[in-house]
Write a protein that binds this ligand. Structure first.
Ligand SMILES: [Zn+2]
Length: 116
């Protein structure tokens, strides 16, 4: 495979990655694409971007974006993030699910992994 030079900085090489984070309407999507090893610029694949938009539409977050700004709060044993009620309703959360918390760069991704 031929090495691609980053079009942004023209110095770095592009590497295939599968953890490009896009945000649509407050939802986080992970896409495949390429990332520069110098300037860290990310270039998601066109078809991936299209898939994300399609998925977002199915979720009903496009073109009606939900804004999910929340403040963390402190409880006795740690920091608490409250899930907004519109998201709770949309994802039919009962509040008893198990979640996986993944740190990707400066972002925290919460996935519902098990329904109880
Ligand atoms: Zn670059």
């Amino acid at each position: 495979m031929q090495e691609k030079i980053c079009p942004a900085c023209e110095k770095g090489k592009l590497h295939q990655v599968n953890d490009i984070i896009s945000e649509l309407g407050g939802y986080i999507f992970v896409e495949k694409g390429e990332r520069c090893d110098k300037c860290r610029e990310e270039f998601p694949y066109q078809e991936e971007t299209q898939e994300t938009i399609t998925a977002a539409r199915k979720l009903g977050v496009w073109p009606e974006p939900l804004k999910l700004y929340r403040k963390l709060s402190k409880s006795g044993r740690g920091i608490v993030l409250r899930i907004p009620t519109d998201l709770e309703r949309q994802m039919k959360l009962k509040g008893t699910e198990e979640v996986t918390i993944t740190k990707i760069g400066s972002r925290i991704v919460v996935e519902v992994t098990k329904e109880k």
